[in-house]
Write a protein that binds this ligand. Structure first.
Ligand code: COA
Ligand code: HC5
Length: 628
């Protein structure tokens, strides 16, 4: 019922200017009309948020801590501070298109100083393709580029289908933020520049091979697109002029801690040639990384290895320098049929990226061959970098840090093949809530306790909406997982508890997508306290608040038509990142953790998730209990 689906495209229209949250870009008319009709993100009622907050704390903090927080909540609500802040938020909501979006962009992304690789940029792995050599890699990359440009045409001609969630139209702004955009590091805060739909149309992509970047013009001077054959020929030229494998991996600089990269960036672009090269990458429509072969692994390990390749590139020796992590979308194509992408998260959520992928995969299935006129095309421009001793020193540091990150990331992709959405649906249960309860059970079985867990929920029903969190750990989920571990409990009771916990999760999902979850409201109140009060209210400084925001389970469902694996790193040093893509008859689940944490182990957690899903199905199919 809540699944994202798409309505048929409407007519193309004129172009009108529109002021957007992050940059001034032009949104075409039909989409503009659609955007203007979207509701504004509400500010939830204050009392409701704090009641829900206390309920969310119950399974994860001690009774003592909870009692202390109850008192703080009373003071906050009755002492006038809460009311004052709430009024402030409501005022902000009246004055802006979205009271949250700018704050969210800054606090979740631009102010965040951790490296983009592993810590914020998600990866997508496409099914392994049937090519095994360089020619296949190049043919495939050419087709993929043509597919993405066909998608871009839908954006440019205003024919992008409007998406729907729960029968409500969604904000389409994110589609206008993902092409021709790039993050730029700052010493304290980053920015995102968006060159799409600006005055000068961008006509090139960047291609990187053996750490060397090239500008590939994908439009002819008359505005028509290069054909797939022509793109292929250009890729061949790029390949042949980047055969040296001893080049400095300049792109690895973008994998650094943001302050470090911010300083190194200013140093790098002091040189005019370097500045022009960096600008060309930033402006490009997207980047294609033609990766060097990675070490071969067994078929079983292959999905986990590729997920890691998407998240970090495998280290300085392999493909980590074959990236520009600041670039919003980088498609990655290896020689062995490996294909996927990594994307910089600030401009968009996973679903628009995955919608693009589904489109491109469908496009690539077309077999028709377009014959290209055989006139010579200019050689793609190689981007030059002057490597001063300072830049060289920064690259060496970045290599070391990247290698540490690579060693620290523990990735396990679970291709759960026993069932998919079909089983919970047959039992009239939400598949998403079913998977979430399996994660709860797996965690409880491993640690004999539950933890703060969040699942991303889309706020795109609202103008410029991004996400809120569904707090998956509830008293109902806690009671269910305890019952599963209690030998004295009967299956009938366990099943009833599972159904109850799923129902609660479903209600929380509904609340979240309609703008009534608690996390972003709490964030807004806290940020306004910083702006308007002389001291931070205690409610945002107690142990409970810290525990509630220490997400040991950071999870997200991103569904696709293509059989993709989506992945991202954990949010906390002792946590898991879990991204799952439930298909009809199987589920792709990517689990990440950090090796530096003794307590976490991605493969063990994956095994626990598999066992939990199977045990829960057994519970549903235990006919003796199901009939009761
Ligand atoms: N009985 C039978 N079928 C049911 C059911 C029930 N009780 N409850 C749900 N279903 C069906 C739905 O109709 C839907 O059918 P479909 O496969 O034909 O579309 C399917 O099961 C999936 O529904 P459900 O599992 O409940 O989840 P959802 O698709 O509504 O997704 C969220 C839930 C939270 C993931 C979604 O609301 C959301 O916000 N998605 C975006 C998340 C996001 O942005 N993530 C990335 C952040 S970068
Ligand atoms: C290609 C799939 C990308 C999914 C990324 C995702 O879910 O990001 C979350 C965004 C949000 O605002 O909830 C953040 N998270 C990775 C920490 C879950």
């Amino acid at each position: 019922m809540l699944g994202v689906f798409v309505k048929a495209a409407l007519r193309p229209g004129l172009v009108k200017p529109c002021r957007l949250v992050r940059s001034v870009i032009q949104i075409p008319e039909r989409t503009l009309v659609h955007q203007e009709g979207l509701p504004k993100l509400p500010v939830p009622p204050l009392k409701q948020t704090f009641e829900r907050y206390l309920a969310a704390l119950e399974p994860i903090v001690s009774e003592e801590e909870l009692e202390h927080t109850r008192q703080l909540v009373q003071e906050f609500l009755n002492g006038g501070v809460g009311e004052r802040l709430q009024k402030g938020l409501e005022r902000r909501a009246r004055k802006t298109d979205n009271w949250l979006s700018e704050w969210w962009m800054q606090s979740a992304y631009l102010d965040c100083r951790m490296p983009l690789a592993v810590y914020t940029s998600p990866g997508v792995v496409l099914p392994r393709m049937h090519f095994h050599d360089r020619q296949g890699q190049m043919r495939f990359a050419a087709k993929l580029i043509a597919g993405v440009l066909a998608f871009k045409k839908m954006i440019d001609t205003d024919t992008l289908p409007i998406e729907y969630l729960s029968e409500k139209p969604l904000c389409m702004d994110q589609y206008y933020q993902i092409l021709s955009s790039c993050r730029i590091p700052g010493p304290k805060r980053d920015t995102v520049v968006n060159h799409s739909l600006g005055k000068i149309p961008i006509t090139h992509i960047t291609v990187v091979h053996n750490f060397q970047f090239f500008v590939l013009d994908v439009y002819h001077s008359d505005g028509t697109l290069l054909t797939e054959d022509q793109i292929y020929m250009q890729l061949e030229k790029i390949w042949n002029s980047s055969l040296q494998t001893n080049k400095e991996p300049i792109g690895i600089l973008t994998s650094q801690h943001r302050n470090t990269w911010g300083k190194a960036y200013n140093n790098l672009i002091k040189d005019k040639t370097n500045k022009e090269s960096v600008r060309a990458i930033q402006k490009s429509i997207f980047t294609v990384c033609l990766d060097a072969p990675m070490p071969r692994v067994s078929d079983e390990l292959y999905p986990s290895r590729v997920a890691a390749q998407m998240l970090h590139g495998g280290g300085a020796r392999w493909n980590s320098g074959n990236r520009w992590f600041d670039k919003t979308i980088q498609f990655i194509v290896g020689e062995d049929g490996t294909c996927g992408l990594v994307y910089e998260h600030a401009p968009a959520e996973g679903p628009p990226i995955v919608f693009l992928i589904d489109f491109v995969v469908k496009y690539m299935r077309r077999t028709e061959i377009v014959r290209s006129p055989m006139f010579p095309l200019p050689m793609p421009l190689k981007l030059r970098f002057n490597i001063t001793p300072e830049v060289k020193r920064d690259i060496e540091r970045a290599k070391q840090n990247m290698n540490m990150m690579v060693h620290d990331l523990d990735v396990k992709v679970l291709m759960f093949s026993h069932f998919g959405k079909n089983v919970p649906k047959q039992h009239k249960l939400s598949p998403d809530a079913f998977v979430q309860m399996a994660l709860q059970l797996a965690y409880f079985r491993m640690y004999n306790m539950c933890c703060a867990s969040c699942e991303s929920a889309s706020l795109r029903m609202f103008k410029y909406g991004r996400t809120d969190a569904i707090r998956a750990t509830t008293m109902d989920s806690f009671t269910f997982v305890q019952a599963m571990q209690d030998p004295a409990k009967q299956n009938a009771e366990r099943l009833a508890l599972l159904r109850g916990a799923i129902q609660t999760h479903k209600e929380h999902t509904y609340n979240a997508i309609y703008g009534q979850a608690i996390d972003r409201h709490l964030l807004g109140l806290r940020l306004l306290s910083i702006e308007e009060l002389t001291s931070m209210p205690e409610i945002f400084m107690d142990t409970s608040f810290a525990v509630a925001h220490h997400y040991n389970l950071s999870t997200s469902q991103v569904g696709s038509k293509t059989d993709c694996v989506m992945c991202f790193g954990p949010m906390v040093p002792d946590g898991y990142g879990v991204c799952y893509n439930p298909m009809d008859e199987h589920i792709n689940i990517a689990i990440t953790a950090f090796n530096s944490c003794e307590e976490t182990h991605a493969a063990k957690f994956a095994q626990a998730v598999e066992d939990a899903l199977l045990d829960m199905r057994a519970l549903l199919e235990d006919t003796a209990t199901a009939k009761q």
